[in-house]
Design a protein around this ligand. Structure first.
Ligand SMILES: Nc1ncnc2c1ncn2[C@@H]1O[C@H](COP(=O)(O)OP(=O)(O)OP(=O)(O)O)[C@@H](O)[C@H]1O
Length: 457
């Protein structure tokens, strides 16, 4: 049975699909939220924790590449790698489904689905994970603001944690600086969790993604009829965060007009929704982040100094991963454990050479890049030990030293051909139904997925 307390988000552009899934699931779980616009997915995830997301792969009629689905899958897992994402894809599109599993989806459903099968898939996806060491299994978020632990034993990370501990209980605005993927958003969540506002909302907004027009209505809200598409009034992020924390990400990318509006709101501690002339008082603690060199932007005149002083009562700079190589091993093992548990695989070991390779890489994408590299390795690895060949990086200094083993594996041995044909025929016999094909072949679904990947079926 699906856990009764579960919260499910369904994203699909077909209203009929949304209606049918809502009808089916609303008696099974605590909450079902449906959304037809995938652009709103991240803001929904930031406002509320969802245990699982049912995600359609294609959003534009006539398009069946699934690329949009992959994009959104990546964004969901970036936001919280422990979210169970079940992709909904066109019947028979096995290739896309396998690619989706490799990209981190928990499972997939083929349209049209059988309700029993859908409920079973959700039940499995939401089962507590097993196979990881006790006490350190990946934590599901327990509320909208629950954060994944900020790991790292390097001096730099210990210092960051010490500042967080000191600053979190205060009302100070905090500006988080650092390259992409260094953990700024994770720090923002930790600050909120350790603050006196922890029981109140944590609301995040990626302000760089907001066009100039949207900026005001998104942050300050709007009244019904304020502009053509405003069919109902809407509360802005400031108001939604009342009593809690507002996290503004990519703050360095907003233009001067938006900066002026933000500064006015912060100075007056009130916002005026678009289309209204009645100010709404707001009580928020402001956290913001950027990977831009904000001080240099101020010096250049593209970022207002007075706004920066409002934002950076305390500044925390997250060091790039290449400057804390000591943390690489610890993080790699952590992610291996998380992804092994998610894929219901035993936790792999790392060979000494693989660890050396990870340590020597320069990690331009920082912890996020490491996380994805380990996830890929865990899914695609053939044995219980991760080898250097399981990690391939684009940068020349860490080009994979595959050597002979890979060459042998790539040769189409007759035995491999037999296996490939057998699998292909089983799938054809069952018209793309992998569960049935796996059963006939005497394999688990996961074992079948691995073989599909191995043979590029
Ligand atoms: N110290 C850490 N311990 C555990 N996980 C981490 C750590 N730092 C980052 N991560 C993970 O790496 C991923 C990227 O982190 P996060 O989104 O916080 O980075 P960011 O600096 O906000 O990135 P961006 O600037 O691109 O928005 C997340 O999945 C996060 O959970």
């Amino acid at each position: 049975m699906i856990p009764k307390h579960a919260r499910i988000l369904v994203v699909d552009d077909e209203p009929d699909v949304l209606f049918a899934l809502k009808l089916l699931l609303k008696t099974e779980v605590r909450e079902v939220v449906t959304e037809k616009n995938p652009e709103l997915l991240l803001s929904l995830l930031r406002q509320q924790h969802f245990d699982a997301v049912l995600l359609d792969m294609n959003y534009r009629s006539g398009q069946a590449t699934g690329n949009e689905g992959f994009y959104w899958l990546g964004r969901i897992l970036e936001h919280d790698p422990t979210t169970a994402v079940i992709l909904i894809t066109a019947y028979g599109d096995v290739r896309t489904a396998v690619r989706a599993l490799k990209a981190g989806a928990t499972d997939f459903l083929l349209k049209p689905w059988h309700n029993d099968q859908l409920l079973q898939t959700l039940t499995t996806a939401l089962q507590p994970k097993t196979g990881s060491k006790s006490g350190s299994s990946p934590k599901k978020q327990v509320g909208p603001a629950a954060a994944i632990a900020l790991l790292g034993e390097s001096d730099a990370m210990q210092e960051v944690r010490a500042i967080i501990e000191k600053v979190a209980p205060t009302e100070a605005n905090v500006l988080l600086l650092g390259e992409n993927g260094t953990g700024k958003e994770l720090v923002a969540k930790s600050l909120h969790e350790q603050s006196r506002r922890a029981a109140r909302p944590y609301v995040a907004a990626d302000v760089a993604a907001l066009s100039e027009g949207l900026f005001e209505s998104e942050l300050f809200g709007h009244t019904k009829g304020a502009f053509t598409d405003a069919q109902a009034s809407r509360v802005g992020r400031f108001e939604a965060a009342t009593g809690g924390t507002l996290f503004l990400d990519e703050i360095g990318n907003i233009g001067l007009p938006q900066q002026a509006k933000l500064l006015t709101a912060l100075q007056n501690r009130q916002v005026v929704p678009v289309g209204s002339n009645v100010p709404v008082p707001v009580d928020i603690r402001l956290l913001s982040a950027t990977n831009a060199p904000l001080h240099a932007l101020v010096a250049r005149g593209t970022f207002r100094q007075d706004l920066m002083y409002r934002l950076n009562t305390v500044e925390i700079t997250l060091p790039p991963l290449r400057e804390r190589a000591d943390d690489v091993q610890l993080l790699a093992r952590h992610f291996a454990q998380v992804y092994a548990a998610r894929n219901r695989q035993p936790e792999p070991e790392f060979s000494a050479a693989a660890l050396r390779k990870l340590r020597e890489h320069t990690w331009p994408g920082n912890v996020r890049e490491l996380q994805h590299a380990v996830e890929r390795a865990v899914i695609l690895a053939v044995g219980p030990v991760l080898l250097p060949a399981d990690f391939s990086f684009r940068s020349p200094e860490s080009a994979p030293a595959f050597g002979a083993a890979a060459t042998v594996a790539e040769q189409p041995l007759p035995l491999l051909e037999v296996e490939k044909n057998t699998i292909r025929q089983a799938i054809e016999r069952h018209q793309g139904n992998l569960t049935k094909a796996a059963k006939e072949l005497g394999l688990t679904r996961t074992a079948l997925y691995r073989r599909l990947d191995k043979h590029d079926i």
